[in-house]
Design a binder for this molecule. Structure first.
Ligand SMILES: Nc1nc2c(c(=O)[nH]1)N[C@@H](CNc1ccc(C(=O)N[C@@H](CCC(=O)N[C@@H](CCC(=O)N[C@@H](CCC(=O)O)C(=O)O)C(=O)O)C(=O)O)cc1)CN2
Ligand SMILES: [Zn+2]
Length: 762
């Protein structure tokens, strides 16, 4: 009989209960007990919602991040966070979020505790706290959290399967701050993992899920040897290990995975469908093969009949050794479709969120155990929904397909090369050396969000909403003029999110009310759902930007999100290649760019925050992706006149490997995140002799600390040794929407003062 299980469940709560509890706790409005009991309540509810599965994950719940939890479990807590008193929860959040210095010490780190670095989890929009290592790192087991949750689950009668992040992925995801080799720590780490596994065995645990998603990435030989050593060391620990890989196929790591002495192997049978037959054929006879057949990365209903056609022979071959699960943890999809009251019934019938995906899994299980007839009606309903989706006129627009087919390379080319454009732009922009600007958003205050919530609930008229947002724009312009910034932004107050905002206005998109997905800590996104051919019925940003420009004689940047970022941060259709979907988005955004230009907005920023982030996990897939991604950006941006200045922004800044593609975008100005790396990230631009203008971020917007003018000056002088100063801009690392005005104003004062210093003759 096929075993059904789940790899992980979203913890934020269907109504974002965890988000609100965390934020109340951080503000001092809720006690630690209140937070803990909400955590217990969510775990209990989520386990109940997974009833009917043969094994249910335990240990996947986290108050902030599962990688950070692993660091605490292994006793790998940064020195700087330890000796400040407070209870365990305080120490935990201190590493997660940092602690700001008292005001008197602002500008340096004394008294404050820097937050752990955050980076994206593989190719998702989830961010984890990077484990910190140095050559002397030692590990000490603290399994208390996991054991407590295990006891909780058992008290509830849950068939618990503890979930761990495996030792190789843990090391690979971390950083050695002293430049030492983190893999050299494996001998230190293994005894601690072995001790943990023995402890779980003593608790009577049978199966343990050990996640090793790095198996979906390119691994050098030493890492392969590390895997061999680790899993050999675990062989006698008394529990059965399910080695779990997801987010992609195993490819050249398949041999390794098949060789390791574990009891079972979970693979991503959505992204890695093609290799499953070969794996099944070569799987040692005593191993379980868990197939992740329901996508944990999108929101579409699974084609259950087609899946059964494929699974039945595998089930006949593998018998009890076949397990079924979602492809990866359900952390990356929203919780419950059934609470979506605003969505039209047709569209809803095409979708499945976490709970609905688990229902699909149970259905597959029944079909395999009892035969398809036992679930005939359900399978028919599933086929009907999919057929309706395929045939729906809402999905197909011939004129959009024709426009994409008619794309030609000229559409992606500026009229003149950069030096000529730069001269034309300088003529009217009349900017000083080291021009200052910001990345786009200003604080999304509770008041701004409240007003939008009122408007969306229908309690506020459109006119009143527009006036309130215009008042925010007036405020943003006044603040920027008073600060003396050179190129202004309107502040993005009217946007709930840089991607969802566009999704709401484009045809071919649907959006949910409660479809929240955790991005980091308590911060969530509600990715819009791209289901059909994309068209732009009307301008989306022109009124706001034109209004903002009318308030000032200084240049105002129009602010758009680029097609690649819109694609990467949406749930997108699975019935055509991503590149084709991206080209449709590019055409829609190009029309917006040209409308902005016609409305007199002559500096236009097109954010591509997720272009670098969206790189495929395997290097061999990079170039094809970069080729169409750059093509799409160029289609969007490059139809403008020479005089119009195009900016782009990217927050992830390791550009060494992809600098040629970045240059090929041909934006006049690119702003990037560099402050935390001390400008070292500019090396790529220097060595490549990047030809256009660059704004290297001069302060970290994730920290509440106010940067000191001298520090900014020093950073920019460093930058000027790498990039000709006449091509440098001065700006923060990223947008300021998560900060408060009381932090933004003094920080920008320092930045503008620094630019003035830089302009003085040396
Ligand atoms: N899509 C996306 N991905 C990204 C980023 C990004 O900006 N967008 N930035 C990077 C870091 N990730 C981030 C992700 C989320 C947030 C963030 O600030 N999220 C907000 C929600 C933003 C939002 O959609 N707000 C809506 C809805 C706000 C809301 O919760 N409203 C309440 C009611 C209003 C109230 O009284 O507060 C409700 O609906 O219940 C709005 O402003 O309209 C949050 O979790 O708090 C920031 C960074 C990488 N990935
Ligand atoms: Zn950014």
């Amino acid at each position: 009989m096929t075993t059904l299980h789940n790899l992980g469940f979203p913890r934020i709560g269907a109504r974002r209960e965890l988000k609100f509890a965390l934020e109340a706790y951080w503000k001092g409005e809720a006690s630690p007990e209140t937070l803990q009991s909400l955590g217990a309540e969510l775990r209990q509810r989520h386990w109940a919602q997974q009833a009917g599965l043969d094994l249910v994950p335990v240990g996947d719940f986290s108050f902030y991040d599962q990688v950070l939890d692993t660091s605490f479990m292994l006793g790998n807590v940064p020195e700087r966070a330890r000796d400040h008193g407070g209870d365990a929860l305080d120490v935990y959040f201190r590493v997660a979020r940092g602690r700001s210095a008292p005001a008197a010490e602002a500008g340096c780190c004394a008294g404050g505790v820097a937050a752990g670095e955050m980076t994206k989890w593989f190719d998702t929009n989830y961010h984890y706290i990077v484990p910190e290592f140095h050559s002397g790192t030692r590990f000490v087991l603290d399994a208390s959290r996991l054991l407590a949750q295990l006891a909780e689950a058992r008290a509830q009668g849950v068939a618990a399967k503890p979930v761990l992040l495996g030792p190789l992925s843990y090391l690979a995801l971390g950083k050695a701050k002293d430049g030492s080799d983190r893999l050299a720590l494996l001998p230190e780490l293994l005894p601690v993992y072995a001790e943990l596994l023995r402890l779980l065995a003593a608790e009577g645990v049978d199966w343990v899920q050990v996640d090793e998603p790095v198996l979906a990435t390119d691994l050098e030989a030493p890492w392969h040897r590390g895997f061999e050593a680790a899993y050999a060391a675990f062989a006698g620990c008394g529990v059965r290990l399910l080695l779990s890989c997801y987010f992609g196929p195993l490819q050249n790591n398949a041999e390794l995975a098949l060789r390791l002495p574990v009891a079972g192997l979970h693979v991503d049978a959505v992204a890695g469908r093609d290799e499953v037959q070969a794996l099944a054929a070569r799987l040692p006879a005593d191993r379980v093969l868990s197939l992740g057949v329901i996508s944990g990365r999108n929101v579409w209903k699974t084609d259950l009949t087609a899946l059964l056609d494929w699974l039945e022979p595998l089930a006949a071959r593998l018998g009890e050794r076949l397990w079924l699960a979602p492809s990866c943890s359900l952390l990356h999809v929203p919780v419950d479709l059934s609470i979506e009251d605003g969505m039209d019934a047709e569209l809803r019938s095409w979708l499945a969120f976490a709970l609905q995906k688990l229902a699909e899994l149970r259905l597959l299980g029944r079909a395999l155990r009892e035969g398809r007839d036992a679930v005939r009606a359900e399978l028919q309903a599933n086929r009907d929904a999919l057929a309706a989706r395929r045939a729906s006129p809402r999905v197909h627009r011939p004129e959009v397909r024709a426009a994409v087919a008619a794309l030609d390379a000229d559409m992606g080319r500026r009229r003149s090369p950069y030096p000529l454009r730069a001269a034309r732009q300088a003529e009217w922009l009349k900017l000083p050396a080291y021009p200052t600007t910001t990345i786009g958003s200003f604080p999304q205050t509770a008041e701004v969000r409240r007003v939008r919530a009122e408007f969306k609930a229908g309690r506020l008229e459109e006119g009143a909403y527009r006036d309130a947002m215009r008042a925010e724009i007036v405020h943003a312009v006044q603040v920027q003029e008073a600060l003396g910034l050179d190129v202004l932004v309107h502040g993005e107050a009217e946007r709930n999110d840089m991607v969802e905002y566009f999704g709401e206005q484009l045809d071919g998109y649907a959006f949910s009310r409660f479809g929240w997905v955790q991005s980091y800590g308590s911060r969530c996104v509600k990715p819009p759902i791209l289901f059909g051919d994309i068209a732009r019925p009307r301008p989306m940003t022109v009124d706001w930007s034109a209004y903002a420009q009318s308030l000032t004689t200084r240049p105002m940047k129009g602010m758009l999100t680029g097609p690649v970022t819109i694609l990467n941060w949406s749930f997108v259709r699975d019935d055509q290649p991503r590149a084709d979907t991206c080209r449709q988005l590019a055409l829609a955004m190009r029309a917006e760019v040209l409308d902005l230009e016609r409305a007199g907005v002559r500096v236009i920023q097109i954010d591509e925050a997720a272009l670098r982030e969206g790189l495929p996990l395997r290097r061999s897939a990079w170039q094809p992706y970069l080729d169409w991604a750059v093509e799409c950006f160029r289609i969007t941006a490059n139809g403008v006149r020479d005089e119009t200045q195009v900016h782009t922004h990217m927050c992830y800044s390791e550009f060494n490997d992809i600098i040629a593609s970045i240059a090929a975008m041909d934006a006049d100005v690119i702003t990037i995140e560099t402050s935390r790396s001390d400008m070292e990230l500019l090396d790529a631009f220097e060595h490549f002799q990047y030809p256009n203008e660059i704004g290297p971020g001069v302060y970290d917007i994730h920290s509440p600390n106010i940067p000191a003018r001298e520090h900014i000056v020093a950073l920019m002088r460093k930058a000027a040794r790498r990039i000709p100063p006449q091509r440098l801009w001065v700006n923060p690392d990223c947008g300021l929407k998560t900060r408060q005005w009381s932090e933004v104003i003094p920080a920008l004062e320092q930045m503008v003062a620094a630019a003035k210093t830089l302009r003085e003759p040396a």
